[in-house]
Design a protein around this ligand. Structure first.
Ligand code: G1P
Length: 287
């Protein structure tokens, strides 16, 4: 079985839900405590053994490239002043470890992934949607890669949401469940609540076989008039094994304002340098 060496990060989205914060700053650069969202996703990929990070970017997203580059003035100045540089750990990707490709038009997540087809080539690959923050140890992708080594094929992470929320997500039709893996019998993008096959939603982590790129080639627009990754994946069910993995950890939907605030609070409460102060403040605020 070929190892998962490459990951695609679709980061071309306009981030309209966070305006005006995201007018000039990519939403992926918004920080949870002191690390940008995209950094958490890249750290999770690295922990899972992934070597090459492929960013599908767009206009106005150059801060992401700068973030993963050498910050020459910053590093030189900090070194000269004898400052601790540990906060910069993991922020430098070498040219061999990253690639950038532009999605020129906002045609949907499926189209964004397809933009990376030449860099992905003919091997299985991972996808990370960075506004879904998966927090735990081992990380979500590491858990998925371990499970993938047993079953191969295609794998998506899923989690349960209240039934009335399913229309914002891709939803699976679940089959048999064994441990953390559930067979995927069907997939539908943003169904009406009444039509949803379950309340198990696709939560932003994928391991897919390269054939999905061929399916995306001719994929028509679906929900919201966009080319949907979910629709392309649905066509692969029955052709290749397809499993959903339930993450043992915590998920924060940082694409929503309340999820983003929750992530900040939760992670701040885990930090030795801040937790006492934040806890005291939160208690005070609630009173
Ligand atoms: C995308 C996917 C959807 C998935 C969701 C997770 O939707 O299309 O299947 O459930 O991410 O956040 P979007 O949030 O881009 O509308």
């Amino acid at each position: 079985m070929k190892p998962i060496r490459k990951a695609v990060f679709p980061v071309a989205g306009l981030g309209t839900r966070f305006l005006p914060a995201t007018k000039a700053v990519p939403k992926e650069m918004m920080a949870v405590v002191d690390r940008p969202l995209i950094q958490y996703a890249v750290d999770e990929a690295r922990e899972a053994g992934i070597e090459q990070m492929i960013f599908v970017t767009g206009r106005g997203k150059s801060a992401i490239e700068d973030h993963f580059d050498i910050a020459y003035e910053l590093e030189a100045t900090m070194t000269a002043r004898g400052k601790d540089m540990s906060a910069l750990a993991g922020t430098r990707l070498t040219p061999g470890n990253c690639a950038y490709v532009r999605q020129q038009e906002p045609l949907g997540l499926g189209h964004a992934i397809w933009c990376a087809r030449d860099i992905v080539g003919d091997e299985p690959f991972a996808i990370f949607l960075p506004d879904e923050m998966m927090h735990g140890s081992p990380g979500c992708m590491k858990q998925m890669v371990d499970a993938y080594q047993q079953v191969g094929g295609n794998m998506i992470s899923v989690l349960e949401v209240p039934h009335e929320k399913v229309s914002s997500y891709g939803v699976i039709d679940p089959g048999e469940r064994k441990g953390s893996l559930t067979e995927v019998k069907g997939l539908v993008e943003k169904p009406e609540v009444a039509d949803a096959p379950s309340n198990l939603i696709v939560s932003g982590r994928y391991i897919l076989q390269p054939e999905v790129m061929r399916v995306l080639e001719t994929q028509q627009a679906g929900a919201g008039g966009e080319i949907q990754l979910t629709d392309a994946m649905a066509k692969m069910i029955g052709e290749q094994p397809f499993h959903a993995h339930t993450f043992d950890g915590k998920r924060y939907d940082c694409g929503s304002k309340s999820g983003f605030i929750q992530a900040n609070l939760a992670l701040a409460m885990e930090r030795d340098d801040m937790k006492d102060e934040i806890r005291a403040f939160a208690i005070d605020l609630l009173n």
